[in-house]
Design a protein around this ligand. Structure first.
Ligand SMILES: Cc1cc2nc3c(=O)[nH]c(=O)nc-3n(C[C@H](O)[C@H](O)[C@H](O)COP(=O)(O)OP(=O)(O)OC[C@H]3O[C@@H](n4cnc5c(N)ncnc54)[C@H](O)[C@@H]3O)c2cc1C
Length: 362
């Protein structure tokens, strides 16, 4: 029964409005008194951002104001900086009381506060790509590879170089997927340099000459840094949850996705130590399990009735432009238009919007 905001319902505070936080906030907004705390006013589908750099209008559907799906909850646009047994403190000095807390601060980035500003950034990145003859991509993880794929397919006239300090691309999935991806990029005339890093403190010639750790000189009109984002747990180091962080800065959770030893604090998504690769579809699964458990706890159910989360085996699809992709499945890897049909056309944007209760198209 919906009792209206605050009307005797349990207070649930969700920190982080990314893939996991947005979905759990949406899922429980009519069952509890929800407050979503996020650094920005919008949720952005991370895996759609690289397409928006070559097609800025793509961002219209993938950058979603929290207000569009959170119609029955409070929104606080600020960073959480501290948490006690009963309250969360935000950077702007607000204290927000909770009965249940959900931490979903995945990864941090320096994105602007408003959706309009973020869409303008895409436009600026598009113009940067368009006006360059040669482009350097630093980093060969999923972000660097997907950006190289987008540019290679949409702007085949650009001279594209990708430099990665590891011995192979896409180290989070298997070596066969990495080899196939390398061949695909090479076939699109992308020059890939492995086991080298770019000395970003030593860019000369008006920002156009780069030096690598091997002493190679690279010429490029611009570069994109795709070296991964820091985990969003630094702020927890000064809180009473500091002892719940493992050596990688991840929150240690139990099988019900509660922070170990805490009855009313959940953690979901990339911030957790769940032994599986960090992927958005898994963060969504965490959100649904934690939402179910919150509902059971709020209804006074026994602990033994709580849902258990089963970690997943390695499965991922990395898009390679608009048509192709490389898929890491449990026992094999596939590259080309078949995995491409699953991901690369719409990049799961319609699917993600549907999960949030939004129209697939605008
Ligand atoms: C290029 C790329 C491609 C990808 N492709 C796929 C794919 O195809 N399929 C897939 O399943 N996954 C993919 N992923 C991985 C996926 O994006 C992540 O696993 C997912 O975003 C994790 O979700 P999350 O909610 O845990 O964290 P995030 O989505 O990182 O969200 C964290 C949120 O917390 C906020 N935050 C951080 N600190 C604070 C704070 N102190 N106070 C308030 N708010 C805070 C941030 O602003 C952000 O909104 C891809 C990732 C990238 C970068």
């Amino acid at each position: 029964m919906d009792l209206g905001l605050g009307g005797g319902r349990r207070r649930v505070v969700v920190i982080g409005g990314g893939v996991a936080g947005s979905l759990i906030a949406k899922s429980i907004q009519f069952l509890s008194d929800v407050t979503l705390i996020d650094q920005k006013e919008y949720f952005e589908i991370p895996w759609a951002s690289l397409r928006a750099m070559v097609e800025p209008s793509f961002g219209e559907r993938s950058v979603i104001n929290h207000r569009d799906y959170l119609t029955n909850g409070r929104l606080v646009t600020s960073s959480a900086i501290n948490v006690t047994e009963t309250e969360v403190l935000t950077a702007e000095g607000r204290l927000i009381a909770y009965d249940y807390l959900v931490i979903a601060t995945g990864h941090t980035d320096s994105f602007p506060k408003t959706r309009t500003e973020r869409l303008k950034e895409y436009q600026a990145e598009y113009e940067k790509i368009n006006s360059a003859h040669s482009i350097l991509i630093v980093g060969g993880g999923p972000t660097g590879v997907e950006l190289a794929g987008e540019i290679a397919v949409d702007c085949p006239d650009k001279n594209l170089t990708l430099v990665h300090d590891g011995s192979r691309l896409l180290e989070f999935i298997g070596p066969k997927a990495a080899d196939k991806t390398l061949n695909w990029l090479t076939s699109k005339k992308v020059e890939v340099k492995l086991e080298q890093s770019v000395r970003l403190d030593d860019i000369s010639d008006g920002g156009k000459t780069y030096l690598t750790s091997d002493g190679d000189i690279l010429k490029a009109d611009c570069h994109f840094l795709c070296t991964g984002k820091p985990l969003g747990s630094l702020w927890l180091r000064g809180t009473n949850l500091k002892n719940n962080l493992d050596n990688h800065g991840r929150l240690m959770v139990d099988e019900n996705l509660r922070v170990k030893g805490r009855k009313n604090v959940f953690a979901i998504g990339d911030i957790t130590d769940v032994p599986e690769i960090k992927q958005g579809y898994l963060a969504q699964k965490h959100a649904l399990v934690a939402a179910k458990n919150l509902k059971l706890l709020m209804e006074g159910e026994k602990e033994s009735k709580l849902a258990k989360y089963q970690p997943s085996s390695v499965k991922a699809i990395v898009s390679l432009g608009r048509r192709d992709a490389v898929a890491q499945l449990s026992f094999t890897t596939v590259i080309g238009s078949v995995p491409g049909m699953i991901k690369s056309r719409d990049l799961f944007v319609g699917k993600t919007r549907k999960k949030l209760g939004l129209e697939i198209k605008l």
